[in-house]
Design a protein around this ligand. Structure first.
Ligand SMILES: Cc1cc2nc3c(=O)[nH]c(=O)nc-3n(C[C@H](O)[C@H](O)[C@H](O)COP(=O)(O)OP(=O)(O)OC[C@H]3O[C@@H](n4cnc5c(N)ncnc54)[C@H](O)[C@@H]3O)c2cc1C
Length: 463
């Protein structure tokens, strides 16, 4: 087997992994980013908004690498806009086609080595340390050795292969459903927003006091109209969708969520499809789900064209590169973040990133739990929730963090994943020692926080 030596291996090139790789490399580590798929960016490429980066009060709570990435998108003339969903959150909308170009630029400019089409299939573990990860691609198997590892695989693959403990399934019911995100172009914003303004009962609005700010539903849909962007959430139990679901014209869903991706193409991203699986890691179930998800894409786009003003001349313009998976394994870390940490907007001296998204747990059919963070504020994500028990030179970032199911339902969104990624990457580089594995716990959270602040992270001063 071929052997390649690095300081840091980052597994997974989703929102967490790209931030981790950039941060590790910028802090001086020879870094390789390993990705099983054909592109960099994971869910950042589907067209969904970056949630969890702006809190309900409009304060930006994730900076650093996220700002650099958005700056590249803007330099390329790409659409980037902080917008209010007038429901629960504020977010960054952007053009995913520009994002596809911006991410490689960010990664290669930082000096990261990239291995696409390459899957991690085993690790070499001795005691509390991992010394290498075995990857496979078309050229065969390679051992990537390193002093520290970031598990940004979403599914905690690296920790799982190292036999680190995972949190038990909490239930009730299946993990959050899987979805196929899609985009439609040629959508006329003005008639769509006028329709929303005339039918406030159709849409989800003002679900957080911080966003509602004492406004009536009618006043909120007037604000949506004034904002002038297609940020619209048709409710599954609202007058428009409920009847369609009952008549079988639409599949059961909690919301049809629309967000802008490109005003130039009059394009929006739509999050509506859903299939509930017992285990979203099983390829057999995912492969079967693909068929239903594609049928749902067609049903939903047809429904919008037939029933919603502004869609008369719209057409399907893009599908996510893969089925979107919300919830799989979560590691058991030194600390397990709780529902209260999130909902009470708790601040901590060992916070290394922030979160602000509501507890957001999609369920089967028309179900979805949505509980806002108190007062539109934000909470701190502690370093301890990224450090897997029994491993000394591995840190996780992204949706496989150590959190209860409720807390995960908030922290899993892409703003927080990028914040965690930046912290994890910087930590690994700071822990490097000559000829020895890195001891990540020895760095000290105060030093890490100092470094993150120097590099643009937001760690304090927000609600
Ligand atoms: C349908 C859907 C809608 C969502 N909507 C939003 C939204 O609107 N806004 C928002 O902010 N968030 C949203 N989220 C949540 C968010 O997108 C994800 O939780 C987040 O992107 C997770 O990032 P990550 O980097 O942890 O993992 P991922 O994005 O899953 O990235 C992990 C990467 O690791 C790679 N990988 C995994 N295992 C291996 C291996 N063994 N070897 C090599 N590579 C491997 C995968 O190919 C993948 O690219 C949504 C999620 C879904 C599924």
């Amino acid at each position: 087997m071929q052997i390649r030596e690095y300081d840091v291996v980052v597994l997974g090139a989703g929102s967490a992994g790209i931030a981790a790789a950039v941060a590790a490399a910028r802090n001086g580590a020879r870094t390789v980013l390993v990705e099983g798929g054909p592109t960099l960016g994971g869910e950042l490429l589907t067209g969904m908004t970056i949630d969890g980066a702006i809190n309900g009060k409009g304060e930006q709570i994730i900076g650093g690498v996220l700002n650099d990435l958005l700056a590249i998108c803007r330099e390329m003339g790409g659409f980037v806009a902080p917008l209010n969903d007038w429901r629960l959150i504020q977010y960054f909308a952007y053009d995913p086609e520009i994002m596809k170009i911006a991410i490689p630029q960010l990664i290669y400019d930082a000096g990261v080595d990239v291995l696409l089409y390459t899957t991690a299939e085993d690790v070499v573990r001795k005691g509390e340390e991992i010394s290498g990860v075995v990857v496979r691609n078309k050229t065969g198997r390679t051992l990537l050795t390193a002093k520290a590892f970031v598990d940004a695989s979403g599914d905690a693959d690296l920790c799982y292969m190292a036999n680190a403990p995972m949190l038990p399934d909490e239930g009730p019911g299946n993990p959050q459903p899987v979805s196929m995100m899609f985009r439609m172009a040629g959508v006329e914003t003005e008639p769509l927003l006028r329709f929303v303004q005339q039918n406030p009962d159709y849409v989800a609005v003002g679900e957080s006091d911080a966003i509602r700010g004492g406004r009536t539903d009618q006043q909120i849909v007037d604000e949506i109209y004034k904002q002038g962007h297609p940020c619209v959430f048709f409710r599954g139990n609202g007058d428009l969708l409920r009847g369609a679901i009952e008549r079988g014209e639409m599949f059961p869903t909690a919301l049809i969520m629309m967000q802008p991706t490109s005003p130039a193409r009059k394009e929006i991203c739509i999050n509506a499809t859903r299939v509930s699986l017992k285990n979203p890691l099983e390829p057999e179930s995912l492969s079967l789900a693909m068929r239903s998800l594609m049928q749902q894409v067609r049903q939903c786009s047809d429904f919008l064209i037939r029933n919603v003003p502004g869609f008369e001349k719209a057409c399907l313009s893009g599908l996510a590169p893969r089925i979107g998976i919300r919830e799989t394994r979560r590691i058991e870390g030194d600390y397990v973040m709780t529902r209260e940490d999130v909902l009470e907007a708790r601040k901590r001296s060992d916070g290394i990133a922030k979160g602000c998204h509501h507890v957001d747990i999609h369920q089967d059919g028309t179900g979805q739990i949505r509980i806002p963070v108190a007062h539109g504020g934000s909470y701190d994500i502690p370093l301890a929730s990224l450090l897997p028990k029994t491993l000394s030179n591995v840190v996780v970032a992204g949706r496989c963090l150590s959190a209860s199911r409720d807390a995960h339902g908030s922290a899993r969104v892409m703003g927080g994943c990028m914040g965690m990624g930046q912290a994890a990457g910087a930590l690994t580089a700071m822990a490097l020692r000559q000829n020895r594995s890195a001891d990540l716990r020895a760095v000290g959270v105060d030093r890490l926080r100092e470094r993150l602040l120097e590099q643009g992270a937001v760690l304090s001063g927000t609600a």
